[in-house]
Design a protein around this ligand. Structure first.
Ligand SMILES: [Zn+2]
Length: 583
């Protein structure tokens, strides 16, 4: 009897300690009854505990934010490896799970911390690390995360307080993937191009209309991603994910826009993801990705649980499909590297057809449209007690809007250091010009440039019209030759082709070339213009036509400047794109 009491006591105390142990590993979010999300310090502390507790986790920092915070990333591998090459040698896929690029939308952070605990400490979710290793960034935008408050997301149902959308410099990191201006993005790109993750999960919370789906998702299958990977996303990933989420009790749907603001019945629309944003960037790097958007009107617990389920289902699919995904990525890289790649025009912007649609069922809520007596506009009142299935048109026929002919090489002059640095951050390989060289290149001349009045991400965007001419140009030693036959060719083209959506020209990184820096005086140009006209009847005709067709030429300064720019004194670099091409 006594013995059995002793055993019972031991058993009881063991149970208690186990309970204490699992209590101890509860996340901040779980302890808050699923209502609150942890601050930066609490998140980092939890990650450090996981790192200390398990040989499977290695915690590193990507670099410092503008306000001096470290950006932590956890590397999770079943053998405790933390080196990309060693992990690849084991044949495992590398999956990047990122949260809080928009810290007002912290669902992914709380889902990831629970998932790490469940895999590593509680040994649940068995098998998720069999053929997959994880890179987990719980908070990417660490400074924005600490602009913490209850009033940061007006449309969103919890948590009680959250971070802010932009970084401390008021930049939206999810528009910075290509132009790479924010220090956080520069650190991220170094990491990304070291690891080249085989799959990228980027977790957000939506704004927009009310509907039944707890989560919407975006995968790139509209033209900006290699066709083999796109097909796999469409045929395998999307189908299995949808089924897996239904089995978990969640309704999911593609992340769509409504043709009319907030009005599901007006029709649904989708388009290709630009490389400015996470999924579009991964696509341009030949890597599949999913954008996760939990629905902002669902309570926080529902949203975090849905994000958790999506990550688990994705990891299950990837474990099962690891060989296929590896093969598809390798084929995509080989195809981009091949000499054939540049024979086809590369689409650099896309548009969705306004007329070509299919009918789909959309699980919405009944709503009424009200005419506002305050603003005169219309607004929508949704009734979440009345779920309905709407039969609506879905516009997802995407075609390329602009294409470019790829050269064999781009040449970036040595003095454009910032441009060269950005190309290197993106993993674009290049060869340095060993000595000053005159090279016959195709030069892009800007015929026209229009600057946006309002800033976008702190920059004034430029749209240009161009014409190309073959010219002999001097490139100084240290200039960089960018071959197009390389894995990162699409990224190089998106950055360097002036008319590409999100190019460095469009973002205004070459604005100085649109400025004229030398001018003629009237007492010099008036006689010289006469002389030029006398010597060149063709010029006279051209001048008269220009003045006739362009009202802005109806003044002396513009007319004389027209002659100056055609004289032998003109600036040969004015309105000329410094990056040359060799076809
Ligand atoms: Zn977001």
């Amino acid at each position: 009897m006594k013995k059995s009491i002793t055993y019972s006591l031991i058993f009881f105390s063991l149970l208690c300690s186990l309970n204490v142990l699992s209590q101890d590993w509860q996340t901040f979010y779980e302890k808050s009854n699923y209502l609150r999300t942890p601050r930066y310090n609490e998140t980092v502390e939890y990650c450090e505990r996981l790192d200390r507790a398990s040989a499977n986790i290695s915690m590193i920092n990507l670099g410092k934010s503008p306000q001096g915070r470290d950006i932590p990333m956890l590397i999770v591998d079943k053998d405790g490896l933390s080196n990309p090459e060693l992990i690849r040698n084991k044949g495992r896929l590398v999956v990047l799970i990122q949260s809080c690029i928009h810290p007002g939308e912290p669902d992914g952070k709380d889902a990831s911390l629970m998932l790490l605990r469940d895999i590593i400490i509680d040994k649940k979710q068995k098998g998720l690390l069999d053929k997959v290793s994880l890179l987990v960034i719980p908070i990417f935008n660490v400074d924005g995360h600490e602009r913490f408050g209850a009033y940061n997301r007006i449309n969103q149902n919890g948590p009680e307080e959250m971070g802010w959308r932009t970084n401390a410099l008021n930049l939206n990191l999810n528009r910075d993937f290509l132009k790479a201006e924010a220090p956080e993005m520069k650190h991220w790109l170094k990491m990304y191009n070291t690891w080249l993750p085989d799959f990228f999960i980027d977790i957000h919370t939506t704004d927009g209309a009310d509907y039944q789906y707890q989560l919407t998702y975006d995968i790139e299958k509209y033209g900006n991603l290699d066709s083999g990977i796109s097909r796999w996303l469409n045929d395998i990933y999307e189908t299995r994910l949808t089924k897996g989420m239904i089995d978990n009790g969640y309704l999911i749907f593609p992340y769509v826009q409504f043709r009319k603001w907030h009005d599901p019945r007006s029709g649904l629309r989708k388009g290709a993801a630009s490389p400015l944003v996470s999924t579009g960037y991964a696509a341009a790097q030949n890597r599949p990705a999913v954008l996760v958007e939990t629905h902002m009107l669902k309570d926080y617990k529902t949203r975090v649980s849905a994000a958790y389920a999506l990550v688990v289902e994705t990891l299950k699919i990837l474990n099962h499909q690891s060989e296929t995904v590896k093969t598809l990525i390798s084929m995509a890289d080989k195809s981009t590297e091949s000499a054939n790649f540049r024979k086809e025009p590369l689409p650099v912007s896309f548009t969705t057809s306004k007329s070509d649609s299919i009918m789909v069922d959309f699980k919405g809520f009944e709503y009424t449209t009200q005419k506002s007596d305050l603003t005169g506009g219309e607004w929508f009142k949704y009734d979440p007690t009345k779920p309905v299935i709407m039969r609506v048109p879905f516009f997802a026929k995407v075609k390329s809007e602009k294409t470019v002919k790829l050269p064999q090489f781009y040449i970036v002059p040595v003095e454009w250091t910032d441009v060269i640095n950005k190309l290197q951050l993106h993993g674009v390989s290049m060869q340095e010009l060993g000595k000053d060289s005159m090279i016959l290149v195709t030069v892009t001349h800007f015929k026209d440039a229009e600057f946006s009045k309002e800033p976008n991400e702190g920059r004034h965007m430029v749209s240009v019209t161009t014409e190309e001419r073959k010219e002999l140009r001097l490139y100084r030693e240290g200039s960089q030759i960018i071959p197009v036959n390389q894995r990162a060719a699409k990224i190089a083209a998106f950055l360097l082709e002036p008319t590409a959506s999100g190019s460095l020209v469009e973002w205004g990184f070459f604005n100085a070339v649109f400025e004229q820096k030398e001018y003629s005086e009237t007492y010099v140009m008036e006689p010289m213009a006469r002389e030029m006209l006398a010597n060149d009847p063709q010029l006279k005709k051209e001048f008269e036509e220009t003045v006739k067709n362009n009202p802005e030429y109806n003044n002396q300064w513009t007319m004389l400047n027209w002659f100056y720019n055609r004289s032998k004194y003109s600036d040969l670099n004015y309105m000329v794109y410094p990056v040359g091409k060799v076809y």
